[in-house]
Design a protein around this ligand. Structure first.
Ligand code: 8YV
Length: 326
């Protein structure tokens, strides 16, 4: 019986339609020993004998891939695939799939959670009030403040729609814009440097690539308003963390909402000593609805590939098609 690894810690011990779909297709299901993100070494071993991985954020490096020639499919239960060495997977004839359309609303809601927490001083107010203090004072509005969206794909668009509801003027940086959406919602497209300079709340929704790594660094932070907030629910590698840390410490910008880190789990990250950050554990994409939708869509891509189908809207390495064999 072919085996599928259910890798994401968020899916440990969850019964859902995704498991039913895989069982009905005749797969044996394998789970990690512990409900935490696997390291490269743990993943390399855990994949032995596995035909398809329903993958979380664990690292599918060349070493992991080459040590597992039986692997046919890496099905990301998410939309970002920077944790997969796509060239190595393609060389080895492994199909890599994602789940477009499943988590943009969850990420957008979380983006506003972080934005509102920063604007309203939620964490310090909560802590002080619980501590018997009564720290009343004016907080910051969202309405009328410029929302800058770096990346106007599915997630950026879901953020834009919520920004409109909050009465925020919208700026966006997007190299391949959906012009119908841009025009319908009165979004002003601007170059990246202008986005940095004019945003009151700057939110990142672009993939991590060699070009986008360290997009937020001393140079770009220096373009931002000292009153601006940065929100990152995309990938930690978009930010040069030591440079952002120094900028936040020196109050070069007002604060940051960070859901993602260059190293995850981040251990003792210096950000955790700052009072102008709000942090969450790479939680933006996963709510009860999106978790089930992502899991089911990735399970369906595995099932489809196992019976000779080709779910092209989910495949991110179409070049593998001529070499793909289940
Ligand atoms: C996922 C994400 O929840 O979509 C992505 O790429 O980062 C998240 O939404 C995460 O990868 C866990 O599967």
């Amino acid at each position: 019986m072919p085996k599928v690894l259910i890798a994401p810690s968020t899916l440990a011990k969850i019964e859902g339609p995704f498991l039913k779909a895989l069982r009905e297709a005749g797969f044996e299901l394998v789970f990690p020993e512990r409900a935490v993100q696997m390291t490269e070494d743990e993943l390399l071993k855990k994949l032995q004998g596995i035909s398809a991985s329903l993958a979380g954020s664990e690292p599918y490096t060349r070493r992991v891939i080459e040590a597992n020639p039986q692997l046919r499919v890496i099905a990301r239960a998410g939309v970002g695939y920077d944790a997969v060495d796509l060239a190595a997977a393609t060389e080895r004839g492994i199909a890599v799939t994602i789940c477009p359309g499943t988590n943009q609303d969850a990420v957008a809601e979380h983006t506003f959670t972080l934005m509102l927490a920063l604007a309203k001083g939620l964490i310090p107010q909560h802590l002080a009030t619980m501590d018997g203090k009564w720290p009343r004072g004016a907080t910051l509005p969202l309405r009328g403040r410029t929302l800058g969206i770096a990346g106007l794909g599915r997630i950026g668009k879901a953020v834009a729609l919520r920004g409109i509801a909050f009465g925020m003027p919208l700026l966006a940086y997007e190299p391949m814009p959906d012009m119908a959406f841009v025009q319908q919602h009165g979004i002003k497209l601007v170059p990246m440097d202008q986005l940095l300079a004019e945003s009151d709340y700057l939110t990142l929704h672009i993939p991590l690539t060699p070009e986008s790594r360290n997009l937020i660094c001393t140079r770009t932070i220096n373009l931002m308003k000292p009153t601006a907030f940065l929100i990152n629910t995309a990938r930690g590698g978009l930010v040069n963390e030591p440079e952002l840390y120094e900028a936040l410490k020196a109050r070069k910008i007002a604060g940051a909402g960070l859901d993602v880190f260059d190293q995850e789990p981040p251990g003792n990250n210096p950000f955790f000593t700052l009072d102008n950050v709000v942090v969450t554990p790479h939680a933006a994409g996963v709510d009860l609805q999106s978790r089930d939708d992502m899991a089911l869509a990735s399970a369906q891509s595995i099932v489809a590939l196992s019976v000779g189908g080709w779910p092209s809207h989910q495949i991110v390495n179409p070049d593998v098609r001529s070499r793909f064999k289940w």
